[in-house]
Design a protein around this ligand. Sequence first.
Ligand code: HEM
Length: 321
Amino acid sequence: MNSILTPNVAVAPARAVPVAKPNNRGHRVRLVGGYLLAISLLLALTIYGWDYYTLDATQRPFSAKHALLKPSGAIGLKLGFVGMFIFFAIFLYPIRKRWAWLMKQGNTRHWLDIHILFGLAAPFIIAFHASFKFRGFAGIAFWIMAAVSVSGVVGRYLYAQIPRSLNAAELSRKETQELQAQLSQQLAEQRLLPPANLREMLSLPAPEKVESLSFLVAIPYMMLLDVSRVFRVARLRRHALRGMEHITTLGGLFSTGHRELERAIEVAREEASLSKRILFLSRSQPVFHAWHVIHKPFSYTFAFLALIHIATVMAMGYGLF
Ligand code: HEM
């Protein structure tokens, strides 16, 4: 099996040894800015609206904040428009896959990051717009959107597990293995780490065992391996820690000041992650495919209901100004 690409499923690009690409910096800054903006907006709304949103529906009209925070209120309506903008932004990602001109714009990973930012923010923004009262068509659309958003988190995990091509992933694994052997030898010479410890971090279940796992078990197992790797790395770091470093690195959970050690750990971690992704490919790929099959109809049902809601509200004469 050379290529694992399937017609409808765009898969993640294989990464070699992690190298920060220069054009990623601007994207990362904008992305972090977007998350900070969304979190600040939601925090401000929670603090300002707490006493209103916690009121009973019958008491709300008597609140001084009702005119502002009800769905058709000065703030509530603007939140609805923000939600509408987010709605269109979310669907740009699937539209891009089918629109050749848009496909040429930017990088798929960056578009997916933006899709995820908006997909995570949307349920919260819409919940504030609806003032936490979910009724009728719009209410059903909200719950479908929330379910799609939660399922997106699982999809994102699976997406990251699938290398674009097995050849590239194998090549990348070979390069990482060579580099890792070189670095662990250097560390052993400097007496920073015994080589056996790096090897322990790379230990994975046997391929026959993985093949015998059901899909339901294999995916949580992969997640467990990812989580356990964090603690294995911490254990590894503890070999090189001195005095206060045990506290400043929280027992090895955070990076130490040892450049060579961190580089070796990074390479070993990359190799472990790549080997795991290749090992579990026969399990993760069909599950990701099935996830797509479920994610799409729910997304489009949500889009349909949301469009009815938007059209109805527009027809009633509500506008931004
Ligand atoms: C309101 C929320 C969301 C909606 C309506 C939505 C909708 C969609 C749609 C329509 C697709 C394209 C399916 C296709 O044509 O192949 C998609 C793909 C995807 N979404 Fe979402 N999504 C939402 C939130 C999220 C969130 C919160 C995440 C992650 C945390 C996420 C992760 C993904 C991933 C990983 C893919 C597949 C990427 C690919 O295979 O190219 N989505 N989503």
